[in-house]
Design a protein around this ligand. Sequence first.
Ligand code: UDX
Ligand code: ADP
Length: 456
Amino acid sequence: MNRIACIGAGYVGGPTMAVIADRCPQYTVTVVDVNADRIAAWNSDRLPIYEPGLEEVVFRRRNRNLFYSTDIPAAVRDADVIFVSVNTPTKTFGAGAGQAADLQYIEKTARSIIEYADSDKIIVEKSTLPVRTAQAMSRILHSNTRGLKFQIISNPEFLAEGTAIADLQNPDRVLIGGMDDTPAGQAAIETVIAIYANWVPRDRIITTNLWSSELTKLVSNALLAQRVSSVNSISALCEKTEADIDEVTRAAGRDSRIGAKFLKAGIGFGGSCFKKDILNLAYLCGYYGLPEVAEYWTQVVRINDYQARRFVGNMLSAMFNTVAGKRIAIFGFAFKADTGDTRESPAIAVCRQLLEERAELAIHDPRALGNARLDLESETGVIDYCEDPYAAAASAHAIAVLTDWMSFRELDYRRIFESMQKPAFIFDGRNLLDSAEMYEIGFNVYPIGRKALTHF
Ligand code: UDX
Ligand code: ADP
């Protein structure tokens, strides 16, 4: 049991397999994908995704016990354990559109496994999947007419982008869901435990039944997103009062029952998981006849959309109710710092609204300019994409900080202020900059959930 294949070479499969190969030199790990360009990039000097520490791990193991290939048949045939980490976006058509997960990639993967397998396999679900997908997968796999047996394991991924390698190397927990009612099911669970036990302490490896494991993934993300929406909703109240959201969350978070993490107010959460998983959770609740529960969780997403709209509303009212023809520097487009990923980034909604208001945008992001271009491809209006933050800010009326890149703190804001139109505004959508210092330089500063500092 030492040959692992992974189908899907994306943000989940790529880093996860790199760390498994690194920590388990006795295993051979082959990552396959239908996207030949992506595989070529994994085999090149420029990996297809940016993740701190990823290059180091990949370059250390590649072509030793870590391989990237488009040969899906060979990888399936040769592997004992197959991880499935293909994408499961929200459905855009038909029943459940806008809520349910689109399982076509999962189904295609299951079909290719039965087409190419010639021995029994352990199949590990890595993708974020709705509850009971394992059962559907099992049915497709066992529709094979050659008597092949498949054990399905759910092993959800909890890595966060930007810290993926550290999260994988030192996870809070590894969750392995399986059916332990047969010896083969038990053996499959043990096989997957044995992989992680190479570097994860046993007390951090949790086993549950399949359904609990699948649901835990959705619930973990829903709970994290709920904290962000709760705090963002309170930030609106803070802006109307003398309260300061960062003071409130710092004090509230000191209660060990609440905890300090995931209480940072901002323009809203993004990323490929939070929204998708909550909508999925709501869909499941609706499907099982629990509309009140569905409504409760849907509100977390609504507050998130509201927060981005509210941010643009604040920009407009501060800038004399018009941004038409005004150049606005956008600092950061990625959904969070330390990634080039822009999936569901709140920056997309903010930029679209500003373009609708006929603002001219100058977008700077250290890693996400390529994705920003794709996201805004179909928008009309003036958009300048700037490698250099100073060029983005030059002759702008305002700066909108949309991603919490630490590098934005290091810029020379005196120089930036001199190059801008006056009055110059900073809308700090991540409470990243020192408001008092920016105000001293001459900016009118609008943080989230805190009093604005203005010169007029
Ligand atoms: C998330 C989960 O954290 C991870 O466990 C799961 O496997 C995938 O989804 P990710 O989307 O990569 O990871 O990033 P995360 O750090 O969770 O941030 C999500 C969004 O919430 C970002 O847009 C971030 O800016 C925002 N956020 C986070 C806040 O606005 N405030 C906070 O306090 C924390
Ligand atoms: P995630 O964030 O879940 O990793 P990505 O979109 O980054 O999502 O990666 C998913 C990968 O799965 C993509 O590179 C896609 O090409 C690949 N993929 C989708 N369907 C299949 C399939 N049937 N066989 C092989 N690879 C697939």
